[in-house]
Design a protein around this ligand. Sequence first.
Ligand SMILES: [Zn+2]
Length: 106
Amino acid sequence: MEPKINHIGIKQERADGFRYKRLRHSGIFRGDDTRSKLIDCQGSFEQWTNAPARAWINARVKEYRDGRHVHIVCDCCESRDAGGVMNDKCHGQEIVELIIQLATSE
Ligand SMILES: [Zn+2]
């Protein structure tokens, strides 16, 4: 199966066959707020020292390599569709790109 991963907002519907992974449970952000990353999750991924957050990213990398279909869901945007209410400081797309980059590099 061809992997698919994308970022959606909290009010967007899940597409058929997609797993639903919420950024607020990733350990990357301060509290339940998906706008501010913890200090130990900043810089390049190699620099992250937060073990739970690294493990969460690595689990998504494995899903991608296994060909899963995954939504990365933030709490700070209602929808990432055109016209949706978005937070311009959202890290969702950046996290998706990080996962793809790690999954497709050796
Ligand atoms: Zn967001």
